[in-house]
Design a protein around this ligand. Structure first.
Ligand code: FAD
Length: 324
């Protein structure tokens, strides 16, 4: 039977939500072609994650465990995945559109002769069993449908938050694979630093509040953080705010920042440039707060508040806090 592989993403020994989202995407394909959904782990040790993976749809669980895979090394990860692809011949390989996958999957595609497309917002299977991928073009102004032809496996990464995890029950068959992994001195991880996060990571956040040039300085971002904390949101920024040195680059949303897809995106003092929209346009609900009634963001939002952010934000945060 044909197989759809889903790459398992973990952080601090826990399965990241994006893995469950991609398992949900695989379930959509399975409805059409009855493939077996397989989770695939590559790393030092998977721990006891198979039950979690089974609960979200994995019927089989391939794992390549090796101490040399402790730190992410694109070359070794590419070797590990390429070798088990050649051995087991899956039809489709899916992963989250994470930096790690964007880094090593092109190498895997090149070594296995696979087709690859990244950042899908939806996927489907054609009547000829070809994977079809919808992805944004021209900074989100249009959506292209990309179809694979006569290539196997078909590899795609899926935008975070594009699919909702589907919880069920199940217990996957576990298959341990061994791959010869040569010592790789070209690439060495010297140190890994985990930056403590006060708020949800933007690419995984369900809600985001972002501030732009309208915040006028870095200290004023406190009212963005207050609103974000009152609703359990991540805090982002436009490039103008980042370039002004008010907030760090890791908060930048947009074409040259992070691509986010939360259920709620609140843009505060942000005009709504195409480059900013490219990073947050697929948010489910967009709320804009801006004092200029002609700001382009008002053409792109679901709800708009036209007013001075320094008047609006404190009141909004207080009212939300009252709701408990
Ligand atoms: C190649 C390239 C890549 C880029 N990548 C990115 C990217 O990744 N992300 C990104 O964001 N930009 C990016 N940009 C920059 C982008 O073009 C815009 O310059 C930027 O998004 C503008 O940020 P802004 O909306 O905060 O500022 P502005 O466009 O200056 O808008 C500020 C807004 O705040 C409002 N405002 C001011 N004061 C108040 C107040 N007191 N109350 C309420 N509203 C107020 C104003 O009415 C205005 O609409 C890129 C540009 C290029 C050329």
């Amino acid at each position: 039977m044909s197989e759809i592989w889903v790459l398992v993403d973990t952080a601090q020994d826990k399965v990241r939500n994006v893995t469950y989202e991609v398992l949900a995407a695989a379930s959509k394909l399975k409805e059409k072609n009855s493939s077996t959904i397989c989770a695939v782990f590559i790393g030092e040790s998977s721990g006891a994650i198979e039950d979690d993976l089974g609960k979200y749809g994995a019927e089989k669980f391939y794992k390549v465990e090796n101490p040399v895979l402790k730190d992410f090394n694109p070359s070794l990860y590419a070797t590990a995945l390429s070798e088990i692809i050649k051995k087991n011949n899956p039809d489709i390989v899916l992963g989250g559109n994470t930096l790690k996958n964007q880094d090593y999957l092109p190498r895997v595609a090149s070594r296995t002769g696979a087709g690859l497309t990244i950042d899908a917002i939806d996927i489907d299977i054609s009547s000829e069993s070809a994977l079809q991928v919808k992805r944004y073009k021209y900074s989100g102004k249009s959506i292209a449908t990309v179809s694979f032809h006569d290539v196997k496996p078909m590899i795609a990464t899926i935008r975070l938050n594009a699919f909702k995890p589907i919880e069920g029950s199940g217990s996957p068959e576990v298959v341990s694979e061994t791959v010869d992994l040569p010592v790789d001195d070209n690439y060495k991880v010297i140190e890994t630093k985990i930056i403590p996060k006060e708020r949800p990571e933007l690419t995984e956040a369900d809600k985001i509040v972002s501030g732009g040039r309208g915040m006028a300085n870095g200290d004023n971002f406190k009212i963005v953080y207050d609103l974000a904390d009152s609703i359990g949101a991540g805090a982002g920024a436009s490039r103008a705010a980042v370039d002004s040195g008010w907030v760090p680059y890791e908060m930048q949303v947009g074409q040259t920042g992070k691509v986010v897809s939360p259920n709620l995106y609140v843009a505060v003092g942000i005009s709504g440039s195409v480059q900013h929209y490219a990073g947050m346009g697929s948010s489910k609900v967009i709320v804009a707060i801006n004092k200029d009634p002609d700001a382009p963001i008002f053409q792109k939002c679901d709800y708009g508040i036209c007013g001075d952010l320094f008047d609006v934000l404190p009141v909004l945060t207080d009212e939300i806090k009252k709701l408990g």
